[in-house]
Ligand binder design. Structure first.
Ligand code: ZN
Length: 304
């Protein structure tokens, strides 16, 4: 283990595979074994139930996937790490799980992260069933689980925290598979996702508060995932669809929030969309995400 767990200078832990892609699954995939239940040609699970040690304890529920050369853009096999985010470990609430997971992704050398989840909408124009690719986040609680090495060694920009290039690939792919009666809101719409850790769902008063701060959407996971992706220098794109609309939040006469029929009908399509999108992300173009975590001059942390 490194002397400074946040600043890895020793050789990579031997058991963490070196991969470019990471898939994080969550509520969007509930009820499915991902990717096994999708049965997509060319996608196989090399390992499952892997546990990796991190400076903050074990990170569980990892799978190592392989995309065969028959489905990849360059005709070569590619591997990806996949982790179930919601409830990791499975039977306790642990908001620090994202930091352990992204430490693993950092050590794996991951460059692109696609995270699937579901959201509530506090913008009345966004309806249950819509796929909404946020352009920005509100995460007022980001600091406790930061992965940035040192205190002043790096500057992590809050700009362009969702990768516009990956978002364009996701939207383009979604237009081929997402149900036509639902809409796809691309990153160009500038939607904002607010973060609430959960697991309790948002109250009507909290929904109004987030809306007043400028949020269009509310989510339990994508904001810390976006922040940690920035901190490890990786692109991040959220694949998230809406399971509750503004009126669902406001109706205090109904005890539940989520529209229960939305998730089962879309979880399989969202899972298929995740796989199709990461395959296309292998056909890498150019973006600036990796430069938005920038080393600072030595005098900023050496002199005090
Ligand atoms: Zn990017």
């Amino acid at each position: 283990m490194n002397d400074d767990p946040l600043h890895s200078t020793s050789p990579m832990p031997a058991d963490i595979p070196q991969v470019r892609l990471a898939l994080i699954t969550g509520s969007a995939n509930w009820g499915l074994a991902f990717p096994e239940d999708i049965g997509m040609t060319g996608v196989s699970v090399l390992e499952r139930d892997r546990v990796f040690d991190t400076p903050w304890g074990p990170s569980e529920n990892w799978k190592l996937l392989e995309f065969s050369g028959e489905v990849t853009p360059d005709g070569q096999p590619h591997r990806a790490l996949c982790m179930y985010s919601h409830g990791n470990p499975r039977n306790e609430i642990d908001h620090a799980c994202h930091r352990r997971a992204f430490w693993v992704l950092q050590e794996a050398g991951v460059k692109q992260v696609l995270a699937s989840s579901t959201m509530g909408a506090v913008n009345k124009a966004i309806q249950p069933g819509d796929l909404a690719i946020a352009a920005d986040i509100i995460e007022l609680t980001q600091t406790p689980y930061s992965l940035l090495p040192g205190r002043q060694r790096f500057d992590a920009s809050g700009k362009a925290i969702i990768c516009a290039e990956c978002a364009a690939v996701l939207a383009e792919t979604a237009r081929e598979v997402w149900p036509t009666h639902c809409r796809i809101h691309g990153i160009e719409q500038g939607l904002v996702a607010a973060h609430s850790y959960g697991p309790r769902l948002t109250t009507p008063a909290e929904a109004i508060a987030f809306r007043s701060m400028g949020a269009d959407l509310i989510n339990h996971s994508l904001a810390p995932e976006a922040t940690l992706s920035r901190e490890i220098g990786a692109c991040f794109v959220p694949l998230a669809f809406v399971t509750a609309g503004f009126n669902d939040y406001m109706n205090r006469d109904r005890g539940t929030l989520l529209q229960e029929d939305v998730l089962p009908s879309l979880s399989r399509i969202a899972s298929e969309l995740a796989l199709l999108t990461v395959l296309r992300l292998l056909d890498r173009r150019s973006c600036a995400c990796q430069t938005l975590r920038s080393p600072q001059p030595a005098e900023r942390y050496d002199r005090h």
